[in-house]
Design a binder for this molecule. Structure first.
Ligand code: GLA
Length: 756
């Protein structure tokens, strides 16, 4: 052991040049990699934090078990490409100009990047042994959140083109182990996003993907792998990953009978090719992965902090998300100046801060068959333009927002009649319409310019604070005749479309720095770490029924934080579900209202206004607190849900509890909380009245953190009502000498003993 090897490793990147290895150390984890004498870059460890470099093995090739189990397959290569005796999961496949399809990369050098904010970085340079092709493996560390952010850059240093047929972002290797592991993914459909799927890892490959040109409603580019807790461990260790890409993607999880678990992923190889011309580079999206020693909630909280601190656009990331009203469910396409003003006046009475006019405001948009592409107010609905409506909204004290769907065109539109060639199509095939619309080719500069001008004109002419940016159908017939004719590779269009969307959003934000954007694709179809670099909020689902929402929101929250999770109280469930329950569900995220307020009674309006006032007081905890799901609606078949939000200082917390059915009546068990300070004393305060006859009336309203975590919050609901829910706030209070405190909300008792 040399001197360097015995030095305790602090968070950051620790290099041992003599052994060609690096340790990427975060607060709670170590990710180590090294170079074998053959020049292969391999993983040496990923998991609990190690103390010194001496803890790491030397980087060397594994033994060949048999001629059918070659070392190149069993070794944990950081970026295995198709070539040689590699039969495991692959990150890349290339074709050289002479037709050779075998990749043989060798390590050249490493570069440590200066620490920026809480991120530090390492880049490894690899080069093909024969061809002028360089690959950069980039690693960034989020020290506090135990995350490694990886991407790859391909560089053609020669004179002839090289064709990329698979160019994933990274390969991740979990520790070799026979421990039983559970894979969690998110799957869905329209109006049913983010359903949690859990399955044991067995030998073979699990595949999740999108081939629709967007992130997709049907699967999310996120996963977690949990190992059963080892003896002495309380929570399972979790490896989790999330891909920052809003187009076609693919993630493959392979487990083999030797106990090897590999995850690879990136831009999908489906209908993908990229012609890397001489001197050009191709950069993959970021693939973010982390290790949590405190279970799925720990994984969730790490990703939430990362999104809030690093991903979201800085202009809005520190502001509270406003309470919005959206007119879609109230008016659908039946939009008029007067009708919207009426809704705005009612919304303002509730305390709404942002009024958003949804679909139906632009040229000849009376149904979903016309108008997409013609982004000007319809003079029949807005004879004086949008100005008077916006002025009224401002007078009512609200900001104004507007719905757009820039990537789309209806064949029945001025835009399509002028530029039929701007939509994706193959010349000999029909253009499949979905929702009566076609997709514009955002890989084309002229299309992007048109859209920039149309949207920029709107944003310049009118005072618009917020765009709801929708995308309501997948891409089909992905033809691009002009590009092909110019010698281009038409299969690049999937990637060029996504880059085009990013470029358009980036340009609009650069011109309108205070603009906020909501990402929508028929609900949560475009919710990922890359779209959130340029949007501030996501429309989580078109399904606003509170029962469905609890399930959808639990899944969504595994990958993304509450401040981006748009949640409205609408008329869905209005007849069966109490308004309090509906508000509690929507208050779990960025609260909005979407019901037809014209039909709401005076009592409903008053109650809604009081919930919105409460939300404004507690939203800092919801939007920026640590979120823990204490009871999973997925695990309890939608019967229960409980969510806790805790301040960073752990001196305040909120607990939301939901109980859908009570077929057997009776009570429910105490709810054990987490994340509190064991020795602190918390005042427990129901926000707004609890449902009838709550046992809280009989219970001390003061408990220690230790008691709340060990024995739990007592059962607060005890009745036969369906859809019962509550929201309580915990606030740390100072205990006077003698260990007893006065309760403020218990006039009957003089003082109550502190329960430790
Ligand atoms: C999509 C969105 C809805 C609404 C409609 C308008 O379905 O998800 O919220 O904006 O489009 O057409």
């Amino acid at each position: 052991m040399n001197d360097l090897s015995s030095v305790m490793m602090e968070p950051g990147i620790v290099a041992d040049q003599s052994r060609s290895l690096w340790a990427l150390v975060t607060e709670h984890s170590t990710y180590a990699l090294g170079v074998t004498k053959e020049g292969l870059v391999i993983n040496l460890h990923w998991g609990p934090r190690l103390a010194t470099l001496a803890d790491l093995p030397d980087p060397c090739l594994a033994l060949t078990h048999s001629s059918h189990d070659p070392a190149l397959t069993s070794i944990a290569e950081e970026y295995p490409g198709f070539g040689g005796l590699r039969y495991g999961e692959l990150a890349a496949q290339v074709v050289f100009a002479d037709g050779v399809r075998d990749l043989d990369l060798c390590y050249e050098r490493a570069e440590l990047l200066p620490v920026k904010a809480s991120l530090s970085g390492l880049t490894l340079y690899l080069r093909d042994r024969h061809y002028p092709l360089t690959l950069l493996l980039r690693y960034q560390l989020d020290l506090a959140n135990d995350l490694i952010i990886r991407s790859a850059v391909w560089r053609n240093e020669g004179d002839e083109p090289i064709r990329l047929e698979r160019a994933f972002s990274a390969a991740w290797h979990l520790p070799h182990s026979f421990a039983s592991r559970t894979l969690t993914t998110l799957a869905g459909q329209w109006a049913g996003e983010s359903q949690i799927q859990r399955r044991p890892l067995v030998a073979g490959t699990a595949l999740i993907e999108s081939r629709r040109g967007i992130t997709s409603l049907n699967a999310a580019p996120w996963l977690a792998i949990e190992s059963e807790p080892m003896p002495g461990q309380l929570a399972p260790e979790v490896y989790f990953a999330s891909l920052a890409w809003s187009g076609n993607w693919m993630i493959r999880v392979n487990y083999d009978v030797t106990g090897k678990t590999t995850v690879v992923g990136g831009i999908s190889e489906h209908d993908f090719a990229w012609q890397l011309a001489a001197g050009e580079t191709f950069t993959t999206p970021d693939f973010v992965a982390g290790f949590a020693d405190d279970g799925l909630n720990g994984a969730r909280q790490r990703l939430h902090r990362y999104v809030r601190e690093t991903v979201l656009p800085t202009s809005q990331a520190l502001q509270p998300r406003p309470v919005l009203y959206n007119s879609w469910e109230a008016t659908t396409f039946d939009v008029s100046e007067q009708g919207q003003i009426e809704l705005a006046e009612l919304a303002a009475r509730l305390g709404v801060e942002l009024f958003v006019v949804d679909d139906g405001w632009f040229m000849r948009r009376v149904s979903d068959t016309t108008g997409l592409g013609d982004w000007r107010p319809d003079p029949r609905k807005f004879p004086r333009g949008l100005g008077p409506l916006i002025e009224r909204v401002h007078d009512l004290g609200m900001a104004f927002g507007l719905w757009v769907e820039p990537e789309m065109v209806n064949p029945d539109s001025e835009l399509y009649r002028a530029h039929p060639d701007w939509a994706y199509a193959f010349p000999t095939r029909a253009r499949s319409e979905a929702r009566n619309q076609l997709v514009l080719n955002l890989g084309r500069e002229d299309v992007r310019n048109y859209l920039f001008e149309a949207l920029n004109r709107l944003l310049t002419e009118y005072s618009i604070a917020y765009l709801k940016w929708d995308m309501n159908r997948p891409i089909s017939e992905p033809g691009w005749a002009d590009y092909l004719a110019q010698g281009g590779e038409a299969r690049e269009l999937w990637v060029r479309h996504t880059h085009g969307v990013y470029a358009l959003m980036d340009a609009l934000r650069a011109h309108h720095p205070s603009l906020s954007i909501e990402s929508c694709a028929s609900g949560g179809g475009r919710a990922d770490l890359a779209i959130l670099r340029r949007t501030d909020q996501v429309w989580t689902s078109d399904n606003t029924h509170p029962e469905a929402r609890l399930l959808i929101q639990e899944g969504f929250s595994l990958a993304l934080p509450a401040r981006v999770m748009g949640a409205w109280v609408t008329d869905a469930g209005r007849r069966q579900v109490p308004l309090a329950f509906r508000f509690h569900v929507a208050m779990l995220g960025a609260l909005g209202v979407g019901g037809n307020l014209i039909h709401w009674s005076a009592e409903e309006m008053d109650e809604a206004a009081s919930w919105i006032a409460i939300y404004k007081q507690i939203r800092h905890l919801v939007q920026d607190g640590e979120q823990s799901w204490l009871l999973s609606p997925h695990a309890t078949h939608g019967q229960f849900a409980a969510v806790q939000y805790t301040s960073q200082a752990r001196d305040q917390a909120l607990v939301f509890f939901f109980w859908r059915d009570q077929v057997f009546g009776g009570s429910h068990p105490p709810l054990r909380l987490c994340h509190l300070k064991p020795n602190a004393v918390y005042r427990i305060e129901p926000l707004r009245a609890l449902p009838t006859a709550s046992p809280l009336q009989e219970y001390p309203a003061v408990l220690s953190g230790a008691a709340l975590m060990a024995t739990g919050l007592p059962p607060l609901l005890d009745n036969w009502q369906t859809h019962a829910s509550y929201l309580v706030k915990l606030t740390e209070i100072t205990v006077p000498p003698g260990g007893s405190v006065r309760t403020e909300n218990k006039p009957r008792a003089e003082s109550l003993p502190v329960v430790y």
